[in-house]
Design a protein around this ligand. Structure first.
Ligand SMILES: C[S@@+](CC[C@H](N)C(=O)[O-])C[C@H]1O[C@@H](n2cnc3c(N)ncnc32)[C@H](O)[C@@H]1O
Length: 218
């Protein structure tokens, strides 16, 4: 399957899942824990410019906004973004959401202090292109935060993508921390630091190996 067709199918899948996503996503149920972990991992003093790539229903973006940062986010699925916009309105938080694929989003180069990608790399036809976009979007010294997991170990976290679509996503099984460290280095980031130990227990029932990594643009 060509990358463009895979991407269309991924976006359509998430638009179909959007109405129920916040009801099942463990990270939404555990927003308080994630807020604590992100607040520490950002290592930020004062208000920062944050960009959330593949923002989905805006869970990470809204946490960043609740921490006082100026936040923008993009997603390829209009359905997920509709839920994100609704959540922002309900919570009274200001986030500028853009309907765009990560690679095509309009964020100016060097316009962010922090870029986040949570549970996005596994579902991209070209995950390295997303990390390069994050690198481009960050200012010198800026911080990328990447979180994902080895979703193949637990049936309840598998996507219901068709076999053809799954086969065209290089990280469909998920990622280990070592995988992500290697990818961050390849994208030009400095040594990564891990933060998942801050969770009192795995945020994903089923003990999926997961990681929260940050690294800086030199
Ligand atoms: C598992 S959800 C994660 C959403 C959010 N980051 C979170 O932590 O809740 C994956 C999201 O990535 C989005 N996505 C997939 N490929 C994308 C791309 N190339 N550009 C932008 N968004 C993309 C999907 O539409 C979906 O909303």
């Amino acid at each position: 399957m060509k990358a463009a067709e895979a991407q269309t199918q991924v976006s359509d899948y998430w638009t179909r899942r959007a109405p129920a996503f916040d009801g099942v996503a463990s990270h939404v149920a555990q927003a308080g824990l994630w807020r604590d972990v992100l607040a520490t991992a950002f290592e930020a003093e004062g208000t920062k410019d944050v960009v959330d790539l593949g923002t989905g229903t805006g869970a990470c973006a809204l946490i960043a906004a609740s921490l006082g940062h100026r936040v923008r986010g993009c997603d390829g699925s209009e359905g997920m973004l509709a839920a994100a916009r609704q959540a922002a309105e309900t919570s009274g938080l200001d986030v500028a959401f853009e309907h765009a694929l990560i690679e095509e989003a309009s964020f100016a180069p060097g316009s962010a202090d922090i870029v986040t990608l949570r549970n996005v790399l596994w579902t991209l036809p070209d995950p390295m292109a997303a990390l390069r976009k994050a690198h481009l979007t960050l200012r010198s010294g800026g911080l990328i935060l990447v979180s994902d997991g080895l979703w193949s170990v637990a049936a309840q976290y598998r996507s219901t993508y068709s076999d053809g679509l799954a086969a065209s996503l290089p990280r469909h099984d998920g990622l280990t921390e070592d995988d992500a460290r290697a990818m961050l280095a390849e994208a030009g980031f400095g040594t990564a630091r891990s933060w998942q130990h801050l969770f009192p227990a795995s945020p994903y029932p089923g003990d999926v190996p997961m990681f929260v990594l940050t690294a800086r643009k030199g």
